[in-house]
Design a protein around this ligand. Structure first.
Ligand code: HEM
Length: 369
């Protein structure tokens, strides 16, 4: 801006005061543009209800750029590999459904004390996604001090994953704190439904978390991006073909997974595998859903109409998806003085050698609390 305008100003005979005025207004405009970008946030309050302790502008003073930092870093990550968006979106689900949105899924375990990550439903979470969350944490804590929780970073990363894959942009309430422990293997298994679940099971199981049929169908729409390993759907192909699967689609899947123990992957949404849109529902209407848990939403009379309406109307799906993501993002959150703000998303502070050693720098000491 400044560089473009200055030669124009010099080409005319102008007085010193007006030259200074021209320069200062150019600088002001440039700095205003920079500020509006640097302070990117989506703090416009949404009409969605929020639980006590969370707020739409939680980091306004302590870390006003947090959302911008997440957006900017993930833009780079997704440019390299858009698959990571799916990995990040799934992590929010696996965090929130087990003990609540508290960053417990991010914790590393040991052989004698296995963490959530070592439980069967979590073995296919992408290791890169955990690293990305820790990279974001490092960038954020460097700039603001240790004020933003790993649980909030997880929710912000999922929001970006949706938005940067072509989905809706939505505000998320913030202020979650990180849990001091992780769940048992049994708790993970009890709370994350398997891919062979039918709609009846999903409706009953998600009702315990206060999700209705529309919520269940909207949440499953997250499968508009990402992949599934053969093991998650092979029972639909062998020994007999699932009668609710289109036979041509089945032949394609058999090529990817020729035998029971194949370890390959297929895309969740065959139409637009990397784009967050409503084509997942078009797949279901065409009997091309990957998992039983997907396809049965079309087979079951209680959810079929919702699937059809989302297949016909992407805006409607986006609206319901945003609603249910904000709702899921508030399951059993820790707030206020509960839990902690981890200095490393993979370990609790009391197990973090860097915090115990006096020579290591703790970003919290830089934070203006
Ligand atoms: C409703 C019950 C659900 C079931 C039974 C289910 C099951 C699964 C399974 C089995 C996979 C593939 C794992 C693998 O084989 O690699 C998967 C992938 C995925 N799920 Fe779900 N899921 C459900 C709900 C959700 C929800 C609520 C979200 C997010 C809001 C979600 C997001 C994803 C994403 C994005 C992937 C792709 C991950 C990647 O590419 O790494 N799922 N899901």
């Amino acid at each position: 801006m400044t560089n473009q305008n200055l030669p124009m100003a010099f080409s005319k005979v102008i007085s010193l005061p007006s030259l200074l005025l021209a320069i200062s207004s150019s600088l002001l405009l440039a700095s205003l543009l920079a500020v509006s970008e640097a302070h990117y946030n989506s703090h416009v309050p949404s009409s969605e209800p929020i639980v006590e302790g969370l707020s739409w502008n939680f980091y306004e003073y302590e870390c006003p750029d947090v959302e911008y930092i997440v957006r900017k870093h993930l833009k780079k990550v997704f440019k390299e590999d858009i698959g990571q968006a799916a990995g990040l979106l799934r992590i929010q689900f696996h965090d929130c459904f087990v003990l609540g949105c508290d960053g417990s899924v991010l914790l590393d375990g040991t052989t004698s004390h296995p963490s959530e990550q070592q439980a069967a439903p979590n073995l296919s979470l992408r290791p890169e996604a955990f690293k990305i969350i820790n990279d974001l944490r490092e960038l954020i804590h460097k700039q603001c001090g240790r004020v933003v929780s790993c649980a909030d970073i997880t929710v912000l990363a999922a929001r970006e994953a949706v938005y940067q894959s072509g989905g809706p942009e939505y505000n998320v309430p913030l202020g979650r704190r990180d849990r001091l422990n992780f769940a048992t293997q049994a708790e993970v298994l009890a709370n994350i439904p398997g891919p062979n679940s039918n709609a009846s099971f999903l409706l009953t199981s998600l009702a315990t978390k206060k999700f209705d049929a529309t919520d269940v169908v909207a949440l499953s729409g997250a499968h508009t991006i990402g992949r599934g390993h053969c093991g998650s759907f092979i029972d639909r192909l062998f020994p007999t073909l699932d009668s609710t699967m289109d036979p041509i689609f089945a032949d394609d899947l058999k090529e990817i997974c020729p035998e029971k123990n194949s370890t390959n992957t297929a895309m969740n949404d065959i139409r637009t595998p990397n784009k967050f849109d409503n084509k997942y529902y078009v797949d279901l209407v065409n009997r091309e859903g990957l998992f039983t848990s997907d396809q049965d939403l079309y087979t079951d009379k209680r959810t079929r109409g919702i699937v059809e309406s989302f297949a016909e109307d992407q805006e409607k799906f986006f609206e319901k998806f945003v609603h249910v993501m904000i709702k899921m993002g508030q399951l059993s959150v820790l707030t206020g003085k509960e839990g902690e703000i981890r200095a490393n998303c993979s370990v609790t502070n009391s197990n973090n050698p860097k915090l115990v050693s006096p020579v290591e720098e703790d970003y919290e000491t830089q934070a203006k609390l």
